[in-house]
Design a protein around this ligand. Structure first.
Ligand code: M6R
Length: 613
């Protein structure tokens, strides 16, 4: 939800900011803008559309200056247009501000400011904030650092902001609460961004600004950080592990395709160092102090959103089936508002690629208040969820930039599997034979995924047959029911075709009415699990003329006779089958979206990191 970048130093700020915004564009892409400070004042350039549109708009402008801030927007308050694009200026035009988040009490602040003579140009909450800072600066006759602090004391909501001031070309102020922000430290220069991708090219030394902290960032001085409550903080400098190659397309036409094809490697990275090659013992360092707590928990409550919620459902099957621990899987956004019963013996596990999803964070905050143990499974190292939780495990999938989650989902399932079998082993709820069987199979997953990826051409041909469909039904049972949900989500979010995922047996309770000879039905019918039952479901679809695409186990002959198209996946334990069956569904959505002319990396209305409620 919005990406922000700032630079102050001796280099030209504009190209650094534009490059940074392109890296952050996955966070929002309905408008973009920059403010550049130079001897003439603050130059503000904004445009509706993508960063490339801003570049075109700014092409013949003089953007010289060695301090600047930039923003790529995902609209919350106010339609995406040039006026509502960031940066926003104070009434006197001397302050310029960019913001990621939502100021919840913006309307009451706005009314107060209007009563004091302020006028507003945009519909945004952000413009209200910059006016509020201006108000305190004038009223209290303080510097910008202090004015920002005073203003933020009156703000309810989430924000990551950078504010710059006309005539001060060596310093700006950044602050955050609830939205991510990190500061890269160079030699006589600083970089500020929503994530590390705009920074990694210039420096590896970073400070993750804490919640409720404000930084005065002066190119010639050490970082000066304090809290909103006016307590000084010593900056904690960390080393970035991210590589530049990881955030580039590396020869692929899109990040989504790159990330789909990266999955064998991502799985290897997720497993790396976690299975002892001799004893096959699992070590999940991040949760080792909490294993007892998890084993003895009354329940594990999984909170997540979107694709991560689907991974959570697979986690439920794994934990209950293997470790006999009771699990509830909750949409984070619903959980927090339904007065849930949580106690100290509950473990609340948040699953999130970004580690920044506002609803998941809020669900964790609630669970924290009730005394539960908080765990996280996240991909982005150092993000807010790992900072909030007591313990957790990273997926180590590397940066996922395509808005549609692919490798994050696969690696979340890997971590959930490791956790579940670790617990099952400790509790003695599975035999050693079963334990070794699962470990052996896990280690084979990368090469099996590799095999499925070789079917890309076949899947592309199937996609061509179905690209004009207006509705899809995805069916699966048991471990593959969440895969059906995920397949449907993937298709709708990138191709804009309506799709629904259903447990195959539920079809007869309603969705069967949708089936006619126009309707494509994707069904997961692998050999293990409820194969015979799924066969009956296939018959039911055929009897109504539906067009069937089946995901089957290699060598399957029965389904081949019934389905219009079959995509084979290697044989695999039922518990691990989602790791394979999900891959062809990603490719199917990808090709259909591409054939329909959709932007697979930046689907309309979406953003990668949903940092608003
Ligand atoms: O970063 P998170 O895993 O917390 O994000 C959750 C959802 O917003 C995310 O999975 C979303 O549904 C994706 N666009 C799905 O591809």
């Amino acid at each position: 939800m919005c990406g922000i970048v700032g630079y102050v130093g001796d280099k030209q700020a504009y190209p650094i900011i534009i490059k940074g915004l392109k890296r952050l564009e996955y966070r929002g892409y309905d408008s973009a803008g920059v403010s550049i400070g130079n001897k003439d004042g603050i130059l503000v350039l904004k445009e509706k559309g993508k960063v490339a549109d801003l570049e075109a708009y700014a092409a013949d402008r003089d953007s010289t200056g060695s301090i600047g801030i930039g923003h790529t927007r995902w609209a919350t308050h106010g339609v995406p247009n040039q006026v509502n694009a960031h940066p926003h200026l104070s009434g006197d035009g001397k302050l310029s501000l960019i913001h990621n988040g939502i100021i919840e009490n913006y309307d009451s602040i706005k009314q107060t400011l209007i009563s004091k003579g302020h006028t507003f140009k945009s519909d945004t909450d952000t413009e209200v904030l910059v006016h509020l800072i201006e108000y305190f600066k004038e009223k209290e006759q303080v510097n910008l650092f202090e004015a920002v602090r005073l203003a933020l004391n009156h703000v309810v909501g989430a924000y990551a902001i950078i504010v710059m001031e006309q005539g001060i070309n060596n310093e700006f102020i950044a602050a955050r609460k609830g939205s991510p922000l990190l500061i890269g430290i160079g030699k006589g220069e600083y970089f500020v961004a929503s994530d590390a991708s705009p920074i990694v090219e210039y420096t590896r030394e970073v400070v993750y600004l804490g919640d409720g902290e404000i930084a005065r960032i002066n190119k010639d001085e050490e970082l000066d950080i304090k809290t909103i409550a006016n307590m000084s903080k010593t900056p904690f400098i960390e080393e970035l592990e991210l590589s530049l190659e990881a955030i580039e397309k590396g020869g692929f036409s899109s990040f989504m395709l790159k990330e789909i094809f990266e999955q064998p490697k991502s799985v290897i990275d997720t497993l790396r160092g976690r299975i002892n090659p001799e004893t096959k013992e699992i070590t999940l360092g991040g949760i080792s102090d909490y294993e007892q707590k998890i084993m003895n928990a009354d329940r594990i409550i999984i909170v997540a959103c979107g694709t991560s919620w689907h991974a959570g459902l697979i986690g439920e099957y794994l934990f209950e089936d293997l470790a006999r621990i009771s699990v509830e899987v909750e949409y984070a956004s619903e959980f927090r508002y339904r007065n849930p019963i949580i106690n100290e013996n509950d473990v609340v596990l948040a699953i999130s690629q970004s580690g920044e999803t506002a609803d998941s964070l809020a669900a964790l905050e609630l669970a924290k208040e009730k005394g539960a143990t908080l765990l996280g499974i996240c991909n982005v190292v150092g993000s807010s969820i790992p900072r909030l939780t007591h313990a957790g495990s990273y997926t180590h999938a590397g940066p996922e930039i395509g808005v549609a989650s692919t490798k994050a989902f696969t690696t979340q399932i890997i971590v959930l599997t490791l956790m579940a079998i670790k617990m099952a082993h400790k509790k003695g709820t599975i035999t050693m034979k079963k334990y070794h069987e699962i470990i052996t199979e896990l280690e084979l997953i990368p090469e099996k995924i590799e095999k499925i990826l070789k079917k890309n051409d076949q899947i592309e041909k199937i996609a061509a047959e179905f690209k004009d469909a207006t509705n899809f039904l995805y069916l699966g049972r048991g471990y593959n029911f969440p895969v059906a949900l995920e397949g449907a989500l993937k298709l709708k979010e990138i191709s804009y075709i309506h799709a629904e995922g259903y447990p195959a047996a539920e079809m007869k309770h309603g969705p069967i009415a949708l089936i006619d000879d126009e309707m494509p039905i994707v069904i997961i019918a692998t050999k293990k699990g409820n194969y015979d039952k799924v066969l009956s479901n296939i018959q039911e679809v055929k009897a109504r003329g539906g067009r069937l695409i089946a995901i089957v186990t290699e060598g399957d002959k029965t389904v081949k006779e019934l389905a219009d198209y079959c995509i084979e996946v290697p044989d695999c334990l039922d518990e691990l089958s989602p790791l394979l069956t999900n891959i062809p569904l990603q490719l199917l959505s990808y090709h259909i979206a591409l054939m329909r002319g959709c932007n697979v990396d930046m689907p309309r209305n979406l953003a990668k990191s949903v940092t608003v409620e």
